[in-house]
Design a protein around this ligand. Structure first.
Ligand code: 0PR
Length: 377
């Protein structure tokens, strides 16, 4: 560290040049995060010093967090759901399975997840000492319930379904998983980190949330399609009994106990999530999702003209495209400023149509996609 402090002007100019090296979202088709809604940014700034790790000092912020959880609960089929605002999908998934593990006493616990599950479950295996068993997918990349059943044994503590899979945007048959979970008395966690703010607003209805009896907990992230600021994940439990296995005594705080994984945590993120949810309302989110789905349809229509057909008809705003010479295509597109991603199996180009994508950018992408394809063929 320098001995003498720099002027604010100098520091801000250092920041500006660093920020210039960041990629603006305009040409990013690989991210599940997006430009937060301006009202979320304002709320975030207003609560910048608020710490929900010691919420006895921040009872106003705590009330907002409780309201966010109620809003999310009602959106996800359970008005009375409880939980808290986490740092994101990873923390929510960790905490859900930590609860599941602590609720039962198994020497070598295992959980069954779809093989499409996010890599946060590999972190969970390592952190929590839980074996993570990966079930096969069907032809449409949904988890195969038969495969899930075949992996369950006496040491299984939980099942996981994904509603909006990271790579394909697919929704697992949560009702089938719930039947299995209920018949075997297992905890069922639904990872809707991405889908939680998409699926409720799609024209087609899916059974994926607490409206399905047997679903115990849900991950749904305001900092993805919820249009809120980073870091905001949501962890929801159907009932309070699931929170107590996470409880830790906090003798020297203004509060008696903590349930969160982190100690000090952002009150700004909770305030921002509250602000954007109240401001947009269901109609606002519906409009955003409708636009993303229209752009998604346009993307599919555009690439189909070049003879490329998506692996599945997109369920939400994620498209996976089997392209010849995948790495060559991604490199060429990257040279034109486009950021794309991949699916692992089968390998394909993965594109996420987030709210930051403009109509003009999408048309430019389709044109570039066609030209790159022609150059490589
Ligand atoms: N569960 C699912 C289904 C997810 O898709 C993700 C993240 C997580 C959990 C973990 O969430 P956090 O990253 O909030 O802990 N999915 C994206 C991914 O890993 C996240 C992402 C976001 C990737 C922005 C890239 C990016 O630029 O692919």
């Amino acid at each position: 560290m320098n001995q003498r402090g720099l002027s604010e002007e100098k520091v801000l100019s250092l920041l500006r040049s660093a920020r210039l090296r960041d990629i603006p979202y305009e040409r990013v088709l690989s991210s599940m995060c997006t430009k937060p809604h301006p009202v979320a940014v304002k709320a975030h700034m207003q609560f910048i010093e608020s710490n929900l790790g010691d919420f006895g000092l921040f009872s106003g912020t705590k009330e907002l967090e409780e309201k966010v959880i109620r809003l999310m609960g009602s959106l996800l089929g359970c008005e009375g759901a409880c939980g808290y605002i986490t740092t994101g999908g990873t923390e929510s998934n960790i905490q859900a399975l930590r609860t599941a593990r602590n609720l039962v006493n198994k020497k070598h616990p295992n959980v069954v997840v779809p093989s499409s599950a996010h890599f946060s479950f590999d972190k969970i295996a390592d952190l929590l000492g839980i074996e993570v068993r990966k079930a096969d997918l069907d032809g449409e990349f949904k988890v195969d319930a038969g495969s899930v059943e075949s992996l369950i044994d006496d040491s299984t503590i939980a099942l996981v379904g994904v509603a909006g899979s990271t790579e394909f945007g697919q929704i697992d048959p949560v009702d089938e998983l719930a039947d299995i979970a209920l018949s075997r008395d297992l905890f069922l966690h639904v990872d809707a980190a991405f889908g939680g703010f998409v699926i409720p607003f799609l024209d087609k209805k899916y059974d994926f949330d607490f409206s399905v009896r047997g679903v115990t907990s849900i991950t749904s992230d305001p900092h993805k399609m919820g249009m809120s600021t980073i870091p905001a994940g949501g962890l929801l439990f159907r009932d309070e009994t699931c929170l107590s296995p996470l409880e830790i005594d906090t003798p020297y705080l203004t509060i008696r106990a903590q349930h969160s994984l982190t100690g000090t945590r952002s009150g700004a993120a909770a305030a921002a999530a509250y602000a954007v949810m109240m401001h947009l309302g269901k109609d606002g989110y519906k409009k955003i999702i409708k636009r993303c789905m229209e752009l998604t349809d346009r993307l599919v229509e555009g690439v189909e003209e070049f003879g490329i057909h998506p692996l599945i008809e997109p369920v939400m705003n994620i498209v996976s495209l089997p392209v010849p010479d995948l790495e060559g295509m991604r490199r060429e597109l990257r040279q034109r400023g486009w950021y794309t991603s991949i699916t692992r199996s089968p390998r394909a180009m993965r594109l996420i149509v987030m709210p930051h994508l403009s109509d003009e950018a999408l048309e430019a992408f389709i044109t570039d996609f066609g030209e790159c394809l022609k150059n490589l063929r």
